[in-house]
Design a protein around this ligand. Structure first.
Ligand code: GLU
Ligand code: MG
Length: 440
């Protein structure tokens, strides 16, 4: 067949409160112009839930905003199979005068990173590790971590790695995870905002790759309540002002430097209030239960996969290499969350911990789910919220946490999420899981 006429389009994208990537496209020849004057956007779009229902909006039909694409985030991905080049850029949402809009998730993260720098004199390096499941291709019993399970999707993995590289990411690993039809993809660490940009790009490219190969994947927090969930583990470390690693101290508790210790202590202190932002779907709370290798308490683990924050292993002997590799991961996140909001919440909590001068948290080394309520309380552990509604309440009553975000963010966020819950109200657990796996 002869190729038809076409005008290549560029998509200006945002990752919003619903964790969806939305935006608008324009001819690629207008890109230079659009980098400056942007493309129009509507405030009420922030209330479009993941199920398309519009939650009660304070904006109604009023107002105008701009999406301003960031030229450093461009992805132009040619799969080489004759299908259109996937060309998109990540964008900030601004007012018409160019000021960041208070509900722009990317701008919210920028502010959090600035606060961290001011509080701790460090910049963040981070990487998002993603688990996902194939919805196509049938069951794969007995394939946890296997070569044959990997081989089943070698073609997918190889195309994905090439696509990520073309998209400007540094592919790291691809493997068959433990769960049914579950795989994991990781990419290299990035500085500051770029890490969240990379996570947004990675999810989209993973979905695009699957579609190109006639498959479908889902990053939903959990598909089957009897199985394990799909986590997003956010690995973090710090650089000081001269660019030297600042996360590790060989004399610190479990190797934590003072700034790491206070940062993690802040994350744990505010965890029950920020989980509404990092695990923001109704079914996220099926995943955040004991014995699923996710997170059920606000504990720090040393190489323990049942901890909300885990100090990760290093494979180096020389202290200078240890300092460079040493990192910790936040495990109570999933892909229903915009990477910008999840990281902003964690970074604010950490910066708050630094500002409060919190001491190093204790490292838990046992199964906290068998402890009594009194024992947990005595040791300062909190069971994380067990539903999204409970999480939203812990968020909105915490004035400190709400105060980290621009004026009306907390009210808008909780109204949006309650709109999402309302859409689900007549559905049972299986129907809820089925609804979310269509979305994420
Ligand atoms: N699937 C687990 C989760 O929901 C994580 C398993 C792992 O440690 O990689 O977070
Ligand atoms: Mg994993």
């Amino acid at each position: 067949m002869m190729a038809m006429i076409k005008t290549p389009l560029v998509f200006a994208a945002i990752s919003d409160i619903a964790g969806k990537v939305r935006g608008k496209a324009f001819p690629a020849s207008d890109l230079e112009k659009r980098l400056v004057k942007g493309v129009g956007w509507t405030p009420t779009n922030v209330m479009i839930t993941c199920f398309d229902a519009i939650a009660e909006s304070p904006f109604g039909a009023l107002g105008d905003l701009l999406l301003i694409p960031d030229s450093t985030t461009g992805v132009a991905l040619d799969f080489g199979d004759g299908t259109p080049v996937e060309h998109f850029l990540l964008s900030d949402i601004t007012e018409l005068d160019g000021k960041p809009w208070g509900l722009c998730t990317r701008s919210i993260l920028k502010r959090a990173l600035e606060r961290l720098k001011a509080a701790g004199g460090v910049s963040l390096v981070s990487a998002f590790e993603h688990e996902f499941q194939f919805k196509t291709g049938g069951d794969q019993p007995g394939e946890a971590y296997t070569l044959s399970g990997f081989t089943d999707r070698r073609a997918f993995g190889e195309t994905l790695m090439a696509a990520l590289e073309q998209g400007g990411l540094a592919p790291d690993t691809f493997m068959k995870e433990y769960g049914a039809n579950q795989y994991e993809v990781t990419n290299g660490p990035d500085q500051g905002l770029r890490a969240a940009d990379s996570a947004v790009i990675l999810r989209e490219i993973t979905r695009m790759t699957a579609k190109r190969l006639g498959e479908e994947v889902t990053f939903t927090p959990i598909r089957d309540p009897k199985g394990v969930g799909n986590g997003v583990h956010i690995h973090m470390s710090f650089l000081d002002e001269s660019g030297e690693p600042a996360t590790y101290d060989e004399n610190g508790v479990a190797g934590m430097s003072a700034v790491t210790a206070s940062f993690i202590a802040g994350v744990l202190k505010y965890l029950d209030a920020i989980v509404a932002l990092t695990a923001p779907s109704d079914i996220s709370y099926l995943r955040l239960t004991p014995h699923r290798w996710s997170a059920a308490f606000n504990n720090l683990g040393f190489r323990d996969r049942e901890a909300a924050v885990r100090i990760c292993p290093v494979s180096a002997i020389a202290p200078s290499n240890i300092a460079r590799q040493y990192n910790f991961e936040y495990r109570a996140a999933d892909a229903a969350a915009s990477p910008y909001l999840a990281l902003a919440a964690i970074v604010h909590a950490g910066a708050q911990g630094i500002e409060e001068g919190l001491p190093a948290p204790a490292v838990s080394q046992e199964d906290l789910s068998v402890l009594s309520g009194d024992d947990l309380e005595q040791r300062g552990y909190v069971r994380l919220p067990q539903s999204l509604e409970e999480a939203l309440q812990r968020f909105e009553i915490n004035e400190t946490v709400c105060g980290w975000f621009p004026g009306d963010f907390a009210a808008v966020y909780t109204a949006h999420k309650r709109g999402e819950l309302d859409w689900l109200k007549d559905k049972d657990i299986a129907e809820r899981c089925a609804a979310y796996e269509e979305i994420y």
